[in-house]
Design a protein around this ligand. Structure first.
Ligand code: ADP
Ligand code: MG
Ligand code: ZN
Length: 474
């Protein structure tokens, strides 16, 4: 029997406000342990939280970007559970009245557009971080009280590929509107995956499992794959899937049921009496709406329309705020969008990928890439030397002109000199020359290759091709 996956996500993103959600401690990643803390975020008895208005603003921005309704009224609730990373034994979150409701994100997968419903977005505090050692654990409360948004989707996703595109879209949107840096490796974007399977002909959803502890895109995809197969096996053997929370073990590539205590779902939510409700006037919501930047989806359409980029290229460039900004800066200085796009898509992204760097770390200034494109356009270097120059720019941060100068990489355009070289190489290699003349057209590439090699790749390839052909044919 064929089965279909049904997936809903709970995405947590840390907001990049200056300070925490209920106190004025710094919201900063990577500080020494337990240095960004105060009685409020250490949850000392009797301390009073005060809601950071930036958190509300950021949450609303996220809601608008993801097409949500923004109600005028919302409030904070206590979610009760005991765990050492949260010493007051409740997390301040939202339950009945979240900040944003009923949104929608469109994703394109395999040439099809699908609408993924957003159930709600709420704001809450993060817990501290447990640092497990052998035999004991330590707690770092720097993360305690860091503001989070939780984005809950409808069970609208149907494959790991859709989850990937959806998460990339969430990441791009949050990055563009400047509310989160969405670094999965630093834990500022985290995601729980709810998944069930059903026979393809069946309307009703199957029973779901919730997978926790997914810290990377690859973990998410492997977990979806593993868990859907596990559920199919359960169904095929005539048993029932249990509704449960499971922990993903990335090293073993398996999911395990969580211990009862961890999955106790009775949180006994109740209103937090220490915090006043949040009232947002229509004009306040409108002000935030008016301050929104161009969002990735609109940017993508603009790139297609204004710069005639392909759908694919435009998607990749607008997948990250940093590549989009970089592309736009380049186009301002070198108004040939296609050429700029090609260099970013092929060479820059390849180098970033190979060096394990993020789009936020592009080491080549936009002006330098434009400088290189100019050198290529003017024929100062040929395209293969251009790639060599670019690699050097990427590694050393030096401008292209300097690299070309220092390494003597200028293209050789001196037709007479190239001609002489062509004649000599043909004379020295009578066999391939005879092969060519007896009908083996491919033998020509041998001569072009030899000439390029003799000039360290610097000869103008067009001239070389023309002259080799002329001499062999003549
Ligand atoms: P809970 O409060 O127990 O987490 P929710 O109803 O809020 O339950 O659902 C949480 C997530 O589970 C949502 O993202 C939702 O889309 C997803 N979900 C609900 N039912 C299913 C199902 N049958 N299969 C897959 N995902 C589901
Ligand atoms: Mg849940
Ligand atoms: Zn604090």
């Amino acid at each position: 029997m064929k089965y279909e996956k049904v997936i809903g996500l709970e995405v947590h993103a840390e907001l990049s406000t200056e300070t925490k959600i209920f106190c004025s401690c710094k919201n900063e990643f990577g500080s020494d342990q337990n240095t960004n803390v105060c009685p409020v975020c250490l949850s000392m008895p009797g301390m009073l939280p005060v809601l950071n208005r930036k958190v509300v603003e950021y949450g609303v921005r996220a809601g608008i970007a993801l097409g949500c309704d923004i109600p005028n009224f919302s409030k904070m609730d206590r979610k009760n559970y005991t765990y050492p990373d949260l010493s007051k034994s409740y997390q301040i979150s939202q339950f009945e009245f979240p900040l944003c409701k009923r949104g929608c994100v469109e994703i394109d997968v395999d040439g099809q557009t699908r609408k993924i419903g957003i159930t709600r977005i709420h704001i809450e505090e993060d817990a501290g971080k447990l640092l497990h050692q052998s035999g004991y654990s330590r707690v770092d409360y720097n993360r305690g009280g860091v503001p989070l948004i939780e984005i809950v989707t409808e069970p609208d996703l149907r494959s790991a590929e859709e989850v990937k595109v959806f998460l990339e879209s969430i990441k791009a949107n949050l990055e563009f509107i400047g509310v989160s840096d969405c670094k999965m490796q630093e834990g500022s974007l985290r995601c729980d995956v709810n998944i069930s399977v059903r026979p393809e002909s069946q309307k009703e959803f199957g029973t779901r499992a919730e997978l926790k502890n997914l810290n990377s895109f690859s973990a998410i995809f492997r977990a979806i794959d593993y868990e859907s197969n596990r559920q199919i096996d359960v169904l095929e053997s005539g048993e029932k899937v249990m509704q449960e929370t499971r922990r993903w073990d990335d090293t073993q590539g398996k999911s395990y049921p969580m211990r009862d205590k961890e999955e106790a779902h009775d949180y006994r939510y109740f209103p937090d009496p220490d915090l006043v409700p949040i009232y947002l006037e229509d004009n306040e919501i409108q002000d935030i709406r008016d301050s929104m930047p161009e969002l990735p989806a609109a940017k993508k359409q603009r790139y297609i329309g204004e710069f005639s980029l392909s759908d694919y290229d435009a998607s990749i460039l607008t997948n990250s705020k940093f590549t989009a900004e970089y592309f736009e800066q380049c186009v301002l200085q070198y108004p040939n969008p296609k050429a700029v796009c090609n260099y970013i898509m092929v060479d820059l992204l390849k180098m970033l990928n190979e060096s394990g760097m993020e789009a936020s770390q592009i080491p080549v200034p936009a002006g330098d890439l434009c400088g290189l494109l100019k050198l290529l356009e003017d024929g100062v270097v040929n395209s293969s030397v251009g790639k060599q120059v670019f690699e050097e720019m990427f590694k050393t941060g030096k401008p292209p002109e300097q690299i070309v100068e220092e390494k003597g990489l200028k293209q050789i355009d001196d037709t007479d000199a190239i001609h002489e070289l062509v004649l000599r190489i043909i004379r020295d290699n009578p066999k391939p020359a005879a092969d060519y003349r007896s009908g083996n057209a491919k033998a020509m590439t041998f001569f072009v290759g030899q000439v390029m090699k003799a000039t360290n790749g610097k000869a103008n390839p067009k001239t070389v091709n023309e002259l080799v052909k002329k001499e062999l044919d003549g």
